[in-house]
Design a protein. Structure first.
Lengths: 377, 288
């Protein structure tokens, strides 16, 4: 077959793909009979109300000298690892605010960090395109630095996101600027599966975020600069299970809903969205219209343990608490007392859902917990 | 032969314009000679430099270019103008394979989309998913929410919060721990912060506090920390001495019928779940 014929086939195939996508879109639209807010209103639900002291800052973790870019809680709830522009990972005891480890990184350009399920090790990645693993129990050197216990190299672009597979200290998934996600075997340091890539059915731009399903650790979702989120099955690397369209900008952050059947996204288009993984429906758009029509991009999101609250950090410094059922902003953490002085860049809920940790460009982390009137029925 | 500037420069054709720049517009005879010498030196330097460049060019291109080019350059005084080379005549296999891979990828995508479209026929409407979410959210308690239905989770939360040393929530400790089965309705009890017996330490473990056999631990029960059936003030085991001040009818030890209903007049914001103890008569009371 000549190149000209191939090009003709390419044009025809592209046209077919676009037609099919449009038909699928129309079909989905016909099934969107309501959204969550509409349904909740029809059921007479009322929004959550927060008093000024209901959510209080209990702790400020000070120690970084640069912007905080990423954080992660341990599953046993009272430890946090944070990654900062200062080129260090700090492991905190959230209860006492004390630092248990301050790890100087070989490459200071860190973007993401994660705690292993057992809390024995931490992982980080960044512009060096490598995911580095540190064993917290290994002895530190003369300067007090912890040596890298494993380097997971193979990405051809920056490592934007990493997360351990729940209940497995030996497997980790990374998202990268090379448009792929990779499942790693930490024991061997080798790639178990690569999701996407040049000739795979995957993202067509940088992957910015990943989230593994807590209910089914074989499934994970990725958000990308191609304005889509994709659902992957770790057993099938060749193609995404489903692609979720809707955003009109880079999908900066993705997070599974606590029930494992839905996930949330945050985007440069200023919206957070909730998608259903089984049907592919976009169930809700969380968008706050500003008076100046300026779009504040969503950087990071987190769900409360029941899923009722969606915390979203924006580029303008706001950190809205959304009522997921009524799609209303019920609180702005950015306007509370003792809040951060800079942009809130990362968010994370403790394992039992009783505390929220926020990391900011003001170099601090803060822990928020409920501190107000509690009515137990 | 007289070496006029123009002649020198014409000889070294390449630098002609350079020489023109150096010669004044109306030179006198005296200055012409000086200028000529000056120009000659300048042109020579320039020529040497140009020659070196040309040599370098020929040396580097000699491997890929034909030798006649070198011969012609020696015979022709000026260099031929540079002409773009035509692409090589070999077949572009790499581009073809790339294009083929792209087509295959698109055709695979078509198959996937057709499958998805087919499966979309049987999809449930969005309202079903919305109902599932609403049911899930309502059914699960949330320690970050102002209201809760389940108590155990909130106990866990309070335990966490209470253990924070520098955030003074000791009044919560006194009021929150062991809320198992107990209906409480609390607001900040400003007068009730003297929770000296916060001894239950937010622990509901039976073995810790209730030393009486066959009785349940109930931290909210004053002194005894024991109760029968559900944990609540009405079911508390009370020792006879605990009701000796103002409560007329208090049965014997551990009958769980003692209903000491002394009011706490000095604690207006504390709801009725607060029970009076000995300390109540000293203008303070103990929350259950």
């Amino acid at each position: 077959m000549s190149v000209t014929e191939l090009q003709e086939r390419h044009i025809a195939a592209t046209e077919t793909v676009n037609n099919l996508r449009e038909r699928l879109k129309q079909r989905r639209l016909s099934l969107l009979d309501t959204d969550i807010a509409g349904y909740a209103r029809s059921q007479g639900r009322t929004p959550v109300t927060f008093g000024p002291t209901d959510l209080v800052c209990c702790r400020t973790l000070q120690g970084h000298t640069g912007k905080v870019y990423s954080l992660d809680w341990t599953s046993e709830k009272n430890r946090i690892v944070s990654a900062s522009q200062d080129g260090r990972l700090i492991v905190w005891n959230a209860l006492t605010s004390q630092k248990t480890h301050a790890i100087k990184l070989p490459c200071a350009w860190v973007m993401t960090c994660a705690f292993s399920p057992t809390g024995q090790s931490v992982a980080c990645g960044g512009l060096d395109s490598v995911c580095s693993i540190f064993n917290l129990n290994s002895p530190s050197d003369r300067d007090g630095n912890l040596a890298v216990s494993r380097m997971l190299s193979g990405h051809k672009g920056y490592v934007s996101s990493c997360q351990y597979v729940p209940d497995e200290d030996t497997h980790l998934i990374t998202g990268s600027g090379d448009q792929t996600c990779v499942l790693w075997d930490i024991t061997t340091g080798l790639r178990t599966s690569v999701f996407g890539g040049e000739f795979q059915s995957g993202h067509t731009a940088d992957v910015l975020s990943i989230s593994i399903n807590g209910s089914n650790s074989r499934m994970f979702v990725s958000g990308s600069c191609d304005s889509t989120a994709r659902l992957w099955d770790t057993r099938v690397a060749s193609r995404a299970v489903r692609t979720f369209h809707g955003h009109k900008g880079d999908v900066n952050t993705v997070k599974f809903f606590p029930d494992g059947n839905r996930f949330g996204t945050g985007s440069d288009d200023g919206t957070c969205r909730l998608f259903d993984i089984r049907t592919g429906h976009q169930l809700q758009v969380y968008h706050q219209q500003h008076s100046d029509n300026e779009i504040a991009q969503v950087i990071s999101i987190a769900f409360s343990i029941s899923g009722r609250l969606l915390f979203a950090g924006y580029t303008n410094g706001n950190c809205y608490v959304w009522d997921t059922l009524l799609a209303k902003v019920v609180l702005d953490l950015g306007s509370l007392q003792n809040t951060h002085e800079g942009r809130i860049s990362c968010l994370g809920l403790s394992a039992d859902g009783s505390a929220l940790c926020t990391g900011s460009w003001d170099t601090n982390l803060k822990i928020w917990a409920f501190g107000g009137y509690r009515k137990v029925i | 032969m007289v070496f006029t500037p123009n002649l020198i420069c014409r000889f070294f054709f390449v630098t002609y314009h350079y020489c023109l720049l150096l010669v004044p517009p109306n030179p006198s005879l005296t200055t012409t000679a000086i200028t000529a010498c000056y120009s000659a030196i300048s042109c020579s330097v320039y020529f040497t430099f140009t020659l070196l460049l040309l040599l370098l060019h020929f040396l580097t291109s000699s491997s890929s270019m034909a030798t006649p080019m070198l011969r012609s350059s020696s015979s022709v005084p000026s260099l031929p103008p540079p002409s773009p080379k035509s692409p090589p005549e070999y077949p572009d296999l790499y581009g073809k394979r790339r294009e083929m891979a792209r087509v295959h990828m698109l055709e695979r995508e078509i198959t996937f989309l057709e499958e998805e479209l087919k499966s979309a026929e049987g999809l449930q409407p969005a309202s079903r998913c919305c109902k599932e979410i609403a049911d899930y959210v309502i059914a699960n308690s949330d320690p970050l929410l102002p209201s809760n239905k389940k108590n155990r989770r909130s106990c866990r939360f309070w335990k966490w919060l209470c253990s924070m040393p520098c955030f003074n929530l000791s009044w919560i400790c006194c009021c929150c721990c062991c809320c198992e089965g107990l209906s409480i309705n609390l607001k900040l009890p400003s007068c009730c912060c003297n929770c000296k017996p916060c001894s239950c330490s937010c622990s509901c473990l039976p073995s810790i506090k209730c030393s009486l056999p066959k009785w349940r631990c109930c931290c909210s029960c004053p002194k005894s920390h024991c109760c029968k059936d559900s944990c609540g003030f009405g079911n508390c085991c009370t020792f006879p001495t605990s009701c000796n001040f103002g409560c007329p009818s208090c049965p014997s030890c551990c009958t769980c019928k003692c209903t000491c209903t002394c009011s706490c007049p000095s604690c207006p914001k504390v709801s009725s779940c607060c029970c009076c103890t000995e300390s109540c008569w000293r203008s303070s009371c103990l929350c259950c």
